[in-house]
Design a protein around this ligand. Structure first.
Ligand code: M6R
Length: 365
């Protein structure tokens, strides 16, 4: 049931504060400020030599955010690949390694084939899934559920942010187990994650602003998304959401890659969405943004008050986000890129819940 919403996607975007609360409460103990590692010790994070993450589409971008978290918070080396590549590339597997699969449906053919490859290779198999009865969940040593509830819209929204919530919680647990986070650092991260549902609600309150921006932009034929560090996977996700929903061509790039090619595309007809909270990498992204502005690019800046003050240019459009700790930024900054894609699609009159050529569950290669 869509209730008062026009589309399942809109409903699912708005469910995020609730489903994120539920998912975070499952993996974090807010009373003690600790992460609860799932699976009763099935994963020995302290002894883990390496983690490999495999998934498709949006779930793969969640995995890429996870890589940044596991590496920064737990000093755990992470390989990540899309399942359709991983399954055929005959990757050597590290003995004692953990193979983590991420899938909303739990039925994606390439992800399942990759899982079976890792099982034969003697890896411990864990999966982050939204459908607990799915094949991927059943074939895993440890199924780690996202509690997003059924996701009907073909474009993944709440399942993605819940995947991020689970990955962040796991990375905190891993960081603690590996001795990289002390008690105070763990408590600070758990407290920051506890703020996510409220911050996501604050981001949802920007809906009117974002709809107005979408109405001004929707006739374009190409859009670039830029992000650096942990904002980079969100740029990829933003571009994927826009193309699948609105059929507008979009690409996400690491901001530092701009000068290695994509800057040639910049002119006044190509909006550039820059995802740049005021964090330790902000100045770097700001200088990439200034290069775009100098070439007449139309910048849509998603940042906070400090970022806006330090941008060094006047963007064509601003989506002003609340300030927040860097670690939780990917979850909260996903909301504006979802809303932007949604309203661009609505403005273009495309079938939001059932875009052409796509299926919710991709059970063929
Ligand atoms: O069910 P899965 O999470 O395994 O699906 C993976 C992709 O097919 C999926 O995320 C796809 O990219 C979405 N349509 C993105 O919105």
């Amino acid at each position: 049931e869509k209730g008062n919403y026009r589309h399942f996607m809109e409903k699912e975007i708005h469910e995020q504060p609730d489903v994120l609360s539920r998912t975070l409460a499952h993996y974090l103990d807010f009373g003690t400020g600790t992460a609860r590692p799932p699976g009763d010790g099935k994963i020995d994070f302290a002894a883990l030599p390496r983690l490999s993450i495999t998934a498709c589409g949006t779930a793969n971008y969640a995995g890429l955010v996870g890589k940044y978290w596991f590496e920064q918070l737990a000093r755990l080396p992470v390989d990540i690949d899309v399942a359709s590549e991983f399954r055929y590339r005959e990757a050597p597997l590290t003995p004692g390694g953990l193979a983590l699969f991420i899938s909303q449906s739990g039925e994606t053919a390439d992800t399942l084939a990759s899982l079976r490859y890792c099982r034969e290779g003697g890896q411990t198999i864990a999966s982050i899934v939204n459908v607990p009865t799915s094949t991927i969940a059943r074939e895993s040593d440890l199924a780690i559920p996202t509690l997003a509830g059924p996701e009907i819209g073909v474009a993944s929204t709440k399942a993605f942010t819940c995947q991020l919530a689970v990955l962040a919680s796991l990375a905190v647990a891993a960081g603690r187990a590996r001795g990289h986070l002390d008690v105070a650092a763990e408590q600070a991260l758990v407290a920051a994650l506890g703020e996510v549902p409220r911050l996501v609600s604050d981001a949802l309150a920007l809906e009117g602003t974002i709809e107005a921006i979408a109405r001004r932009l929707h006739r374009v034929s190409d859009v670039l998304y830029l992000g650096r560090g942990i904002a980079y996977p969100i740029a990829l996700e933003g571009a994927l959401k826009l193309k699948e929903l609105s059929y507008i061509h979009a690409e996400g790039y690491a901001a530092g890659e701009l000068k290695h090619g994509p800057i040639a595309l910049i002119d006044e007809d190509v909006p550039v969405v820059v995802i740049a909270p005021f964090d330790r990498l902000f100045e770097k992204t700001a200088s990439n943004m200034q290069e775009v502005a100098a070439r007449g690019g139309r910048i849509v800046l998603i940042t906070d008050q400090k970022g806006l003050e330090h941008a060094g240019i006047t963007p064509a459009e601003v989506i002003l986000m609340p300030e927040m700790p860097e670690a939780i930024m990917p979850i909260v900054y996903t909301v504006p890129i979802q809303l932007l894609a949604y309203y661009m699609a609505v403005a273009n009159g495309t079938d939001v819940d059932q875009p052409r050529n796509l299926a919710k569950s991709v059970t063929v290669e």
